[in-house]
Ligand binder design. Structure first.
Ligand code: FMN
Length: 218
């Protein structure tokens, strides 16, 4: 007789096997949308982004894997003029107009106290919290690694729901932390402008490193 957890594991294995049997690969349009034709954008149409679209984005992004299911990503969607006024002085000069023109700028942060959620999100290991609770270095390394991974999932999920993106790390992290995260365990990572792009503002595509430059099979 299987207990509850074992039954859930069996159901998950059945679902994974059925899904794998479909042999799916991404269709060409999806690859273009997410990677090959998608560009980083710097100018924005005067067209709003619905709150539901941002929620849809997160519902997709949250499914990307993180180690021990840590999920340290925390997000502030900066939309109002007041919030943009607070963000603007934190940015390098050249990035300010890009942020101002975007209907929404997401501050992607990570929570150094992500481990507080581990009993809920990683119940398999009862001692998971102890690894990070009294080890600031381990907490920082894991929060930054997994928060950055989630940042990448976030950008691709934004494209998946039809948004254009322009990421920005050209800002003073300490200033953003002081302005938005003072007295909390959150640290800023990078920003993502979100909206519908003014395609006249992009530049030519820059070269990517080749397979041979980057990859090795041993
Ligand atoms: C994490 C991150 C930070 C970035 N920071 C900035 C930035 O501060 N300002 C800027 O104009 N572009 C920034 N970029 C844009 C990159 O230069 C751009 O994504 C890259 O050249 C690829 O462009 P493409 O997607 O159009 O091929 C950033 C991109 C990423 C992913």
């Amino acid at each position: 007789m299987l207990d509850d957890t074992q039954q859930q594991d069996q159901l998950a294995r059945d679902a994974a096997a059925a899904f794998q049997a479909q042999g799916l690969t991404a269709d060409p349009a999806t690859l273009q949308l997410l990677f090959t034709e998608a560009r980083t954008h710097y100018g924005w149409q005067d067209r709003d982004v619905a709150e539901e679209t941002l929620q849809e984005l997160y519902e997709i992004a949250k499914m990307g894997p993180t180690s021990m299911n840590q999920q340290p990503l925390r997000v502030i969607f900066v939309r109002s003029d007041e919030a943009k006024d607070r963000l603007e002085p934190c940015l390098f000069e050249a990035n300010r107009p890009k942020m101002r023109a975007a209907p929404v700028t997401a501050i992607l942060a990570y929570d150094l106290n992500f481990w507080e959620e581990l009993p809920h999100v990683f119940p398999a290991n009862k001692h998971a919290q102890d690894i990070f609770k009294n080890n600031a270095t381990a907490a920082q390394v894991n929060a930054f690694r997994n928060g950055t991974l989630q940042g990448a999932y976030f950008m691709l999920a934004a494209r998946a729901v039809g948004l254009d993106i322009g990421a920005m790390s050209g800002f003073d992290n300490a200033k953003v932390d002081e302005e938005f995260f003072h007295g909390t365990s959150l640290k800023s990572n990078f920003l993502v402008n979100l909206g519908y792009a003014d395609t006249s503002k992009i530049f030519r595509r820059l070269p990517r490193l080749t397979y041979d430059q980057v990859c090795e099979t041993i």
